[in-house]
Ligand binder design. Structure first.
Ligand code: CP
Length: 324
């Protein structure tokens, strides 16, 4: 497939969100407005979920060419709670298995009046490629692209951090683990920088070091303990074994936990009120202990709740801009 690397314009000439392909290049007002919208969709546990009719007569298709629980389920629930028609294409029983190209799949669904494509794909550039080929009224939302971009994850992470402390400029944020393969880390760093955070620390084991070109404005170290010291936010990342080509040189799970795992002892190096984040799915007792994941400082389930609200906010924003 001929993948083009340039991003389609995400914003309309009036500056409104039409596609969401990356957080890179969005301004603080746009991100803050999405966080405000998402906050309005949050409800206390046990309360009736927020609903609105903003997506009435809109059709949303979820096309996930990689596995997902959180992102796929929350996009589906978000669209349904906003009154959209929702199509979840089962990729494994679709005609892509017979060799149909991704564009022919998109054109086929577009001919059935799909208005919004939610795309997860292992290859870099696929969401932008699709955005560059759909009809002008159709929106594309990136639900996870290679190791490069996961913008709604970035937004839900920023919202979760904002709930802890909205003074982004003052925060020290430490992101630990398999940074090399992490689209979550890319989008979190982009979001934090947009919001003004200057102290962003990256920690990875040898062999998992990031391409620093993807992480401007951050500091990298192998020294996990010194990085966590004094942090307001500590985010552990999943070891993405499915993206690691040469597995023979990998350290064992036990060694990983010992040297780079987020343990209670390490969390005590952060500020006393620091929050612990993980995008999920977790490899428990590899990159994070169960004691920490389920502990008082963990906001991992709050991240999931915020994810649904963020996806409702993004769907509302693109629908508003499409209707103008
Ligand atoms: N965080 C995240 O993207 O999780 P899923 O792969 O379950 O969607």
């Amino acid at each position: 497939m001929d993948i083009i690397s340039s991003c389609a314009e995400q914003l309309t000439p009036a500056g409104e969100l039409h596609h969401l392909l990356t957080l890179d290049g969005l301004d603080r007002n746009t991100v803050a407005a999405l966080l405000d919208r998402a906050t309005a969709y949050l409800r206390p546990a046990g309360a009736r979920p927020a609903r609105d009719g903003a997506l009435q007569d809109t059709t949303v298709a979820n096309l996930f060419f990689e596995p997902s629980t959180r992102t796929r389920a929350s996009f589906e629930l978000a669209a349904k709670r906003m009154s959209a028609d929702v199509l979840n294409l089962d990729v494994n029983t679709s005609s892509r298995i017979k060799g149909e190209s991704i564009l022919d799949t998109i054109y086929t669904l577009q001919a059935m009046q799909v208005d919004v494509f939610v795309i997860r794909d292992a290859s870099a550039g696929v969401p932008a490629y699709i955005a560059n080929h759909v009809q002008p009224h159709v929106s594309v939302l990136n639900a996870g692209e290679a190791n490069l971009s996961h913008p709604t994850q970035g937004l839900l992470d920023i919202l979760t951090i904002q709930q802890h402390n909205p003074d982004f400029e003052s925060l020290a944020v430490t992101i630990i683990g398999d940074i090399a393969h992490s689209r979550v880390a890319c989008s979190a760093v982009q979001g934090l920088r947009i919001m003004g955070t200057r102290d962003i620390r990256l920690v990875a084991p040898p062999g998992f070091e990031p391409d620093m070109a993807n992480f401007p404005g951050t500091q990298f170290t192998h020294d996990i303990d010194s990085a966590i010291e004094g942090s307001d936010v500590v985010m552990a990342l999943r070891v993405q074994k499915e993206r690691i080509k040469e597995k023979s040189g990998l350290i064992t799970n036990e060694q990983y936990l010992l040297k780079y795992g987020l343990t209670a002892e390490r969390v005590r190096l952060a500020k006393p009120d620091a929050i612990v984040m993980h995008p999920g799915p977790m490899n428990r007792n590899v990159e994070i202990t169960s004691e920490v994941a389920d502990g008082a400082q963990s906001v991992i389930e709050r991240q999931v709740t915020n994810g649904l609200a963020v996806r409702m906010a993004v769907l509302a924003a693109i629908t508003e801009s499409r209707k103008k």
